[in-house]
Design a protein around this ligand. Sequence first.
Ligand SMILES: Cc1cc2nc3c(=O)[nH]c(=O)nc-3n(C[C@H](O)[C@H](O)[C@H](O)COP(=O)(O)OP(=O)(O)OC[C@H]3O[C@@H](n4cnc5c(N)ncnc54)[C@H](O)[C@@H]3O)c2cc1C
Length: 478
Amino acid sequence: MANYGAHVVNFGANVVIRPAKVFLPRSEAELLQLMTEHRGRPMRAVGRLHSWSQLLETDGVVFDLRHFNSVRVNSDEMGPVLTVGAGSQIKHVLAQLDRQKLTLPAIGLISEQTLVGASATGTHGSGRHCMSHYLTAVRIAGYDATSGKASIREIREGSALRAASCSLGCLGIITSIQLRPRPQYFVEEWLTMHGALNAVLSLEEVSPLQQFYFFPWSWRFLGQHRREVAKPKTWLAPLYHAYWFLLVDVTLHVALRTLVRTLRSNRAIKAFYRYVVPGTLIRGWRVIDKSHRMLIMEHELFRHIEIEMFVKREKLEKSLNFVRELLMAFDGDLSAINHATRAQLEKHGLMAEIEEAAGCYTHHYPICIRRVLPDNTFLSMASGTDESWYALSFISYAAPSDRSGFQRFANLLSRSMIAMFDARPHWGKVCPLTAKEAERLYPHWGDFLLQCQEFDPAGNFQNDWLRRLISPCDDCSN
Ligand SMILES: Cc1cc2nc3c(=O)[nH]c(=O)nc-3n(C[C@H](O)[C@H](O)[C@H](O)COP(=O)(O)OP(=O)(O)OC[C@H]3O[C@@H](n4cnc5c(N)ncnc54)[C@H](O)[C@@H]3O)c2cc1C
């Protein structure tokens, strides 16, 4: 039995689950035995509980595969092949690969998650595909259709692989995955401020791994420009990491939390972005270090909650204009919503709710914007098209008991961006998506449902939220 208490809480403390049982199996044989014993009960696997979405919820059996923590590199005729156990955290995978001068083809902002949990929700960084895109094989425990016994299937190609690489945990319990690592590489980074979106986007060609931030209340852009270079680490890199850790990851976040949680001053938050933050950023300093040292931040130091919306490039500018109008309206200035936007919102039946919510939330964190290349999976947020997507993230550091304003904002943001820009919410973050919207937004939604039917006809691996998405009743509203 697990060393969990009566309930399990995720990183953001917005999902609390009370499973009937939690198991930490040590081998595939033990997992299969447990699955056979508990056949017919709802089951979910968890990684490091870093998701904010309802994916984690269950009152059934939870499998925590932390003991499946092996990381192996073999070789075949095409090069190295990485096999990672379902419980391995990305940071351990990266450390082991680095010793062999290898690394992962894509990483996100932090490395605390399991690689399996990260790929199950389409986790991504900037300038590459999401992690799920790179999977070449998935070992998954489910129930045999004829004998009904728990057994392992190894998936290596076709529709099954495209579904299993971003599975939302719906196809069964994944025990390990395979992908091709790439040679370790160096990344150069520098910061610049921009007044307009086009200015920061125009640097994408020279810094294809860049991400950028849209500052609330100053409405300017900070580009964190990044590119792969064939040059060694710069000798000041450790100083740059220390600056970033102490000033950005710690001091700015402590200051922000104090403004939001203790002082609760909207005027001070606005002044913070207009006058304090720009003065702390060292622009133009070019630093080079190993890829994972440059790309990963310590964003897990302070508890927060996040929603992230994906839009295509052609809708990026309009989306950001809308975001600015919506944030100002939520802060109390309804006149910020222009006539065209108002007409759109009225058409979709959202304007009255926005009017009611005016003044209930002041956004207090930079909106991080990352480019994700088109994915080959059925369900990751950049899948189903051949163009890149841009992910816009919205984070709140309000105390968990004080998040009603953010939740209202996230809900209306998601519904309006889906209606107006065909935006897709990240599966692992706050995800207010309905079955109708999922079907409209994902061209391979039907293909994914067929795989769910094939792997899990009884729906053992779904929870209530997934059931409403995957098998909605004919007359229900979602
Ligand atoms: C501080 C922070 C920073 C983040 N940064 C980023 C980022 O830069 N980019 C980004 O895209 N996302 C980011 N995320 C989101 C995060 O990467 C995803 O939510 C990810 O899915 C969490 O991985 P996990 O190991 O914690 O899995 P969990 O949250 O525990 O589980 C996620 C999903 O995976 C399924 N799952 C886990 N293990 C298995 C298994 N063995 N078999 C079957 N299904 C399984 C679960 O059922 C669930 O549906 C961040 C989250 C936090 C808290």
